[in-house]
Design a protein around this ligand. Sequence first.
Ligand code: ATP
Ligand code: MG
Length: 474
Amino acid sequence: MFSINEMPSPSSLFAAFASITASIMFFQSMLYQILPEQVREPLISFVQKLFKSHKPPTLTFVVDAGNEFVGNEVYEAAGVYLDTLRSPETKRLNVRKNPKEKGLTIRLEDGEELIDMYKGIEFQWKFVCSKQENSSSGRRIPSNSSEKRFYELSFHKIHEELSKSYIQFVLDRAKAISEEQRVLKMHTLNNAYNPYDPTNWQSINLDHPATFETLAMDQKKKDDIIDDLDRFVKRKEFYKKVGRAWKRGYLLYGPPGTGKSSLVAAMANHLKFDVYDLQLANIHRDSELRRLLLATGNRSIIVIEDIDCSVNLPDRLHGVEENKSDHHNIHDKKSAGPSLTLSGLLNFIDGIWSSCGDERIIIFTTNNKDKLDPALLRPGRMDKRIYMGYCTFEAFKQLASNYLEISGDHHHLYGEIQCLLKKTNVTPAQVAEEFLKYENADIALKEFVKFLKGEKMEGDECDSKPDENTIVMV
Ligand SMILES: Nc1ncnc2c1ncn2[C@@H]1O[C@H](COP(=O)(O)OP(=O)(O)OP(=O)(O)O)[C@@H](O)[C@H]1O
Ligand SMILES: [Mg+2]
């Protein structure tokens, strides 16, 4: 490039250096685009090793944990994301178990390094845990610790722009991973409920096994609910655009034992939302209701079970007047002042409170829809009403598959059972109860036929002769 007696100037040296660096980068991105995934990473890392002597200028971001008041999302995300990258060279990891979580939390230990490839470019992570000698130096140190923990993220200087999209990628991945690992919580009101204590919710892990797969319900209805939920969670921008609070109300109604509570659990498991079980009978005033609702987290389902009988809410129009006249409001007798009213509840459903949070689902359950105040059922309050009815043949087959491991539509008793179910009002809970009594599927079904005959209402007889060839089409 230069003749012997012609010394290169510093600027031409720098230009040559920059052009070599750019060529290497270009070569790497080309490799990234044209090579199949399996060989891409090893080849690129080989090329990088080849040029290792040619030390590129690096830029290092320090990602610290924040302080006790304001955390650092990038730090948290890095911990979660890096746990999914293991290098064969990793020697030490920090393992913890939070009593409230199911799994282990595994993080890098001091000095451990990892290399990640993003769009063909190398990003190097290092975890550092440094002891703080002098806590009066004015630097930010968590008050209960004399250690400073942080990650160093290093990369070639020319990739500063790309590093921002890489950090966004890490944040997004960590969010998705956390969602997968999320342990759902069931929040209930404290036993020693105190209306003046804002921390009245107590939580336990929600380990309800009900899922949409195991729920006995007609498939079309199930798909309709799943679609509705999925549409709701991905429409944040839409709700904002049309000026609506991002919430959805469901009313589940039907006889006892038809799966209303099971459906709530299936919804929570499907969406990975926490559940807040709001027992209205414990709440005395609208202000308490508001306080409790404000203390609920995002991505949650607020459930009010048996809305028709949990409280006797004063009528919306007569509200306080009725309380004063000592009508039949149970709360008013306990304390003076405005008690919990239907309008308080309606305000909350209408979303006045919802500016404080996102993604809330509100579910009311009842055995008697007709007893509800029509104001509760107005469109926009309860967006969807779902009837949970007596056991249909399709629901029965789902239960037979869950409890007796019978799959498909074939069993010589199915024809008779289908006929009997049409003439009987049995709930899925009763069917489940019968199935639990037997371990052998054939015996269970035979006994179940006897049970149905006992429950059967007057009407046509069903053919009780076993028919080996019955294939039931649904
Ligand atoms: N549709 C269903 N699918 C699967 N299991 C069901 C279904 N319905 C009821 N069960 C079984 O019966 C039990 C009781 O059902 P669940 O508590 O969901 O009924 P519910 O409609 O909420 O009753 P209630 O009106 O008394 O609150 C459940 O634990 C479950 O085992
Ligand atoms: Mg229930």
